[in-house]
Design a protein around this ligand. Structure first.
Ligand SMILES: NC(=O)c1ccc[n+]([C@@H]2O[C@H](COP(=O)([O-])OP(=O)(O)OC[C@H]3O[C@@H](n4cnc5c(N)ncnc54)[C@H](OP(=O)(O)O)[C@@H]3O)[C@@H](O)[C@H]2O)c1
Length: 278
């Protein structure tokens, strides 16, 4: 017996992980609504997925448009079972190199846009007493490294909000999952990474040449986005999906390093921490 046909709303299906997700969702027999940003991608999506699909225009910077996007999706298929916040880009550069406008844009796309879309989708999920919100976070949402602090700021914000959201919506039967991939072989480093306009040469010699490092990563990432997509589709069928879902050995390494650094902090500072009590 086939389980209920689900309706998915996935942001950023023009390529990369979003496109792999669309493929797996479509293959599973579910309905896929994908967001795109131009007419060409809309046509291609509808050609690739001729039935049980719909492409809608959405730029995550345009929070005012989100209510209409969700209304259009609900009108087309009557419900949204799974929202996947996948679309995004990465601002890379040393913290001091960013301008305020560059950082604000990163936060607008990685965090404010995602928050707004969730806010628009939740009323219908709460009414139905079910739903699943899957956030494409990152290994960088767990641990940040040099040159990645600006991108990490958006993913850490997403992680914090999602951790609270999971507790807030649990009584309504709604689940939240943070997918945390390490490097996946998509075109992210080719087209979705932007660098700060300013380059402070001292950092390059004292810390790292992050522009060169990013260029080298492109095309050699160890993670297969098709496999990640397949796992996400399987996870969506679980009664109790995990809050955190790490992908790739790199993310496991980051989790382990984070745990041991927290353990060290407790060992070194617990006495001081508790000493401030009245
Ligand atoms: N690849 C990795 O190594 C990796 C690792 C961890 C996490 N992630 C996360 O995975 C997600 C997908 O990335 P990817 O690797 O699949 O990269 P990708 O192939 O470059 O895809 C990025 C997608 O996001 C869309 N997008 C970018 N800015 C947008 C905006 N302002 N409004 C709406 N859509 C926008 C793009 O649409 P256009 O075609 O219109 O630009 C594209 O569909 C991102 O959230 C990324 O942070 C990636």
């Amino acid at each position: 017996m086939r389980t209920e046909q689900k309706v998915w709303l996935v942001t950023g299906v023009s390529g990369g992980l979003g496109k792999e997700l669309a493929k797996k969702i479509h293959e599973s027999g579910d309905i896929i609504i994908g967001t795109v940003r131009n007419e060409e991608d809309k046509k291609r999506f509808e050609l690739d997925f001729p039935e049980r699909s719909k492409a809608v225009f959405l730029d995550l910077a345009d929070t005012a448009a989100m209510s209409a996007v969700v209304a259009e999706s609900l009108k087309a298929f009557g419900k949204i079972d799974v929202l996947v916040n996948n679309a995004g880009y990465g601002l890379f550069g040393f913290v001091e190199e960013a301008t305020e406008a560059e950082l604000r844009h990163q936060i607008d796309i990685s965090f404010i846009g995602v928050w707004k879309l969730i806010k628009e989708v939740l009323p219908s999920m709460r009414k139905r007493g079910k739903g699943h919100i899957i956030q494409i976070s990152s290994r960088v949402g767990i641990a940040a490294g040099t040159g990645g602090g600006l991108y990490a700021a958006g993913k850490f914000a997403l992680e914090g909000m999602s951790e609270a959201l999971a507790q807030e919506v649990a009584p309504f039967g709604i689940k939240v999952t943070l997918a945390e991939p390490g490097p996946l072989r998509t075109d992210f480093f080719g087209r979705s990474v932007v660098f700060t306009a300013e380059e402070i040469p001292e950092y390059k010699s004292a810390v790292a040449d992050i522009r060169e490092r990013s260029r080298k990563v492109n095309g050699t990432q160890g993670g297969d986005p098709a496999k990640v997509a397949a796992v996400i589709v399987e996870i969506s069928k679980l009664e109790n999906p995990p809050l955190r879902l790490p992908f790739t050995q790199a993310t496991i390494d980051s989790l382990e390093q984070k745990i041991s650094s927290f353990q060290q902090i407790i060992a070194d500072w617990k006495e001081v921490a508790v000493s401030v009590a009245y």
